[in-house]
Design a protein around this ligand. Structure first.
Ligand SMILES: Cc1cc2nc3c(=O)[nH]c(=O)nc-3n(C[C@H](O)[C@H](O)[C@H](O)COP(=O)(O)O)c2cc1C
Length: 186
């Protein structure tokens, strides 16, 4: 079997009262059950990246983690029909580290389930030479979708998670092999 793909799950919300950990922890349980990924978490609430895009020891360590990754998943909420500002800073803080790598999205929010944020993110990740995976996991009215143990019976989200992870693994393996065989021209 191939060496597991190094997957970094980026948690976008930094609000003190955020719902993000419920969604992120549920997703992490699903992904960690799969042998094709070795999974880490970059929680932006605990990753102080300056909005001025200046350098410090946190940005250096952050970029090193991105450089070592083969694939990414963003867990994002939706604020005013967009994605959190913390996530834009996270994308803008690195450059070559993102390139020729796949990214999937897990979104949550009110009525739209964060899907408007995801559609904006697809434009951003295309600019930084990433491949966005078609399948999206989304939770509309997210707080009603999880029980007290942090589990969900949302069949559409469970099914989408399986599909998204299979697609992410396919792209992750294909692009890792391609980057090794022939450095990406970007
Ligand atoms: C400033 C703000 C704006 C929001 N705008 C939207 C929105 O446009 N669409 C939506 O579906 N939910 C919206 N919500 C609801 C959030 O998606 C919901 O509160 C979610 O739990 C936020 O994620 P977090 O708690 O992890 O930060 C908004 C919440 C906040 C705080």
């Amino acid at each position: 079997m191939d060496t597991p793909l190094r997957l970094e799950v980026i948690v976008a919300s930094v609000r003190p009262e955020r719902f993000a950990p419920v969604v992120a922890d549920w997703f992490l349980r699903a992904v960690r059950a799969r042998p094709e990924f070795a999974t880490g978490v970059v929680d932006l609430a605990h990753t102080p990246l300056p909005v001025e895009l200046t350098e410090n020891e946190h940005t250096t360590a952050y970029r090193a983690r991105l450089r070592d990754a083969d694939a990414f998943v963003v867990v994002t909420s939706e604020y005013n029909h967009g994605y959190p500002a913390s996530l834009k800073t996270a994308f803008d803080t690195a450059k070559h580290e993102w390139r020729a790598k796949p990214i999937g999205f897990v979104s949550y929010g009110g009525l739209s389930g964060g899907l408007r944020a995801v559609e904006q993110l697809r434009q951003v990740v295309a600019e930084i030479h990433m491949v966005s995976v078609r399948e999206t996991v989304s939770f509309h009215q997210a707080k009603k979708r999880f029980d007290e143990a942090g589990d969900t019976s949302d069949a559409a989200a469970i099914d989408a998670t399986e599909r998204m992870l299979r697609q992410l693994a396919w792209w992750g393996r294909a692009l890792r092999a391609a980057r090794t065989a022939d450095p990406y021209p970007g």
